[in-house]
Write a protein that binds this ligand. Structure first.
Ligand code: DLL
Length: 428
């Protein structure tokens, strides 16, 4: 494999734990000494950096939340004078003030390194023509794939924000073999290709790596079929670096999380208590090597679980299940917890329905959910009714909730070029 750091990726567990502890001690002292926010927070909690003697001592440290980062934006969380940073990126800000992260040269090098690991684990080589149809901007997506792809040595096609039809033309022209991006956008691209008479599976793309939003197993299968390609899942967030925290190998059995740079924990989102292996909860991450903006015990809000055990690829870094959703995406309807992914799973299993869907929740006398889907082909009222009844029944079995289902004609719902918005909660 062209970019495979065997010494790190297959490091025996005891060695990896030693390295993590050594780095944890260092980053906690570094944050304490250089970031006023952490100094105050640790002092308020009665913690000194040398309270960290073993890995479990991390539980003594307070969490960092997105709101706290926001209160200190844009540059209040830096551990170094701004002149030491060479680039910034920001979260999309869909839920409030964007979180800005500043990178030193070293931070960018580490980001490129973990991205290169993810990409080559997914099969990228220097022989690939690697198209990146993600806007290049403050969003971390495009630059992360770009830096990692460069390190692997692939030929990058930085197609960025180019319109969808042209993305397909570029794929045809350059004979793109590998693409990155957001899963729902890759589906959209496939549909655009078909509209202009090109079967996506007849293009040269044989591998894709997607993330930035929850995408279910059924969505992965659809993407794989549509493009006749292998589909990999990549996870990350601006606060850590961007994409590159974890990705799945060819075993497709969970995502390997690069523990030499990010320390994961799973907590109960309600109580903050640490949970054990294979217990589902909120992922909490600590940066172990960040210079510009170290973050200690960051509450990601992403729901997953961790599991050990040897992976057939030989990598030793812990795996996590695909992200189930965000704890703040979890909707409570009629007292039942519901994740949009549960709906998507049912919808994707229905071969008459396209990948674009929308859920609207209203409160009349009671909570009422309406799921709107698009038929793949034009349908009569009779056919639409039949599909709707079938979906309604399956959604009820999967979620225990009764939902209204509307089957619309193709292309009726809004399209998304970035992260898809699936839920409109009118009760708020
Ligand atoms: O979305 C980074 C990224 C770009 C990852 C491209 C992968 C590919 P943010 O905009 O800060 O960064 O959003 C981070 O997106 O906390 C998750 O809720 C969600 N997310 C990211 N990757 C996945 C994934 C980028 N593979 C937030 N599966 C995270 C599910 C994901 N959700």
């Amino acid at each position: 494999m062209p970019f495979f750091d065997e010494k790190i990726e297959k490091m025996p567990r005891n060695k990896l734990n030693e390295l993590k502890l050594q780095r944890l001690k260092k980053i906690v002292s570094y944050a304490y000494e250089n970031v006023a926010f952490y100094r105050k927070k640790f002092k308020d909690a009665g913690i000194e950096p040398d309270s960290i003697k073993k890995l479990e001592d991390i539980e003594k440290l307070p969490f960092t939340t997105k709101d706290e980062l926001r209160q200190n934006m844009p540059f209040g969380m830096l551990a170094l004078p701004l002149e030491n940073c060479i680039e910034l990126h920001a979260s999309s800000g869909t839920t409030g003030t964007p979180v800005t992260v500043c990178y030193t040269k070293h931070d960018i090098e580490i980001w490129a390194n973990v991205m290169a690991r993810c990409l080559s684990m997914a099969g990228l080589t220097k022989k690939d023509i690697f198209q990146i149809p993600i806007p290049y901007g403050t969003f971390t997506g495009a630059f992360g794939f770009h830096y990692g792809g460069q390190l692997v040595g692939a030929m990058i096609v930085p197609s960025g924000k180019t319109d969808s039809q042209r993305q397909i033309q570029l794929m045809q022209y350059y004979r793109t073999t590998f693409m990155a991006g957001i899963a729902s956008y890759a589906i959209h691209l496939g549909q655009v290709a078909m509209k202009i008479g090109i079967e996506p599976s007849n293009l040269n793309v044989r591998n894709g790596i997607f993330g930035a939003e929850t995408f279910t197993m059924e969505m992965k299968k659809r993407l794989a079929r549509m493009w006749d390609m292998d589909v990999h899942d990549i996870y990350g967030l601006t606060e850590m670096c961007g994409p590159g925290v974890s990705a799945d190998c060819d075993a497709h059995d969970g995502l390997h999380l690069w523990e030499d740079h990010f320390l994961p924990e799973i907590i109960d989102p309600k109580t903050g208590d640490t949970l054990g292996k294979e217990e589902e909860g909120e992922l909490v991450l600590t940066t172990l090597t960040k210079e510009g903006m170290p973050i200690i015990r960051y509450r990601t809000r992403d729901i997953t679980f961790l599991y050990d055990g040897e992976c057939e690829c030989g990598r030793t870094h812990v795996r996590h299940a695909p992200i189930k959703g965000r704890s703040d995406d979890m909707i409570i309807v009629k007292g039942t917890n519901l994740f949009p992914g549960q709906i998507e799973d049912v919808i994707m299993k229905n071969e008459h329905i396209s990948e674009n869907w929308l859920m609207i929740i209203e409160r009349n006398d009671m909570d009422e959910i309406t799921v709107k889907v698009e038929a793949k082909k034009k349908v009569s009222n009779e056919e639409a009714k039949k599909i709707a009844m079938d979906l309604q029944q399956k959604l009820r079995i999967a979620t225990t909730l009764r939902m209204n289902v509307e089957v619309l004609q193709p292309d009726s719902l809004p399209k998304h070029e970035g992260k898809a918005k699936r839920v409109i909660d009118k009760r708020k």
